[in-house]
Design a protein around this ligand. Sequence first.
Ligand SMILES: *Cc1c(COP(=O)(O)O)cnc(C)c1O
Length: 366
Amino acid sequence: MKDFSVRPEIEDFAPYVPGMTIEQIQEKYGLNSVIKLASNENPLGASPIVQKVISRHAARAFRYPENHSPRLTAAIAKSVGVPEECILVGNGSDEIIDMLFRMKAVPGKANVVCYENSFAMYRMCAKLCGLEYREVPREAYYGLPLEAMAKAADADTAMVIVTSPDNPTGLTASVDDLALLSGALPADCLLVVDEAYIDFAWPPESYTPVQAFESFKNVVALRTFSKAYGLAGLRLGYGILPPMLAARMKNARIPFTVNLLAEEAGVAALEDEVFYNETLALVMRGREYFTKELPKLGCRVWPTQSNFVMFESPQDTAEVFEELLKRGIIIRPLKSFGLERCMRVNVGTDEENRTFIKVLGEVLNG
Ligand SMILES: *Cc1c(COP(=O)(O)O)cnc(C)c1O
């Protein structure tokens, strides 16, 4: 068959590599049950109330949804405490990231500034848009290099992107540090704060700039229903943006990216405070448990404000990962993030967490 050409700079595109699914692992290792602590999903699953709402609306699936999901947008604005004009919902926060790149891209001229070992989406989007991707080294083991990011930004910088709480380290920028960075950026540069894990940061007002959104002129925050709300498979996220930027993105994007069931689910999820609070309690308990237990096994643990913990084991990472897999536990080795010696484990149910620590102990001492 004829081989069609694509733009030369994306011929050798390295794709996003998701972890193995539970079914793939079961088949490969002949296992009946698998504990998956690899993708930062909600250990409680999807809220039972939200599941009912999705079923109830299934018969409406033949209808187009309302463009830009106005009911959900209003519900999010109310829950976050910002004007509706600031909210743009998307097919996962990944869609908003993608849109931001395309809205700000000036191929061959503009650049974006991130730090090393960031979420793979940013590099992919930058490359696809023909932007220079500037990676600032992580200066401190236990901090995010915000000062270096401010220094790396110049008049051609379209965006500076901080993940806070960070994936995969779990490290979190304080709202004061974000304010400093925001104030230090060139005039037309956005500070994008990817807040996929902000629900788990405590207390939130110490970490998110959104609660003082009016005073940050250049900040965009990205949030998702994939983690704390347990709706990763529905693909639902949103941006909190300066109103003019949100309006321009609405004009420019393809219609109906948020489907009708996702909109209903999102509205219901915001109302289900019981499920949300149970999730937070479980996550905070679990991360404390990991932070206490992993060092007892000789592992170095990073402080976390997220629903996962990054750690370095005393033994070869690839071997530990493989031995865990054989025993039916999947976590995330961080080689693809450029952190070859580290692994990330997300909080599961209390029982899954105990099993993980027990089995890891067997692997490390066996
Ligand atoms: C999980 C995650 C997201 C969320 O992506 P969705 O598209 O909303 O599922 C965004 N950023 C980071 C860093 C993440 O880890």
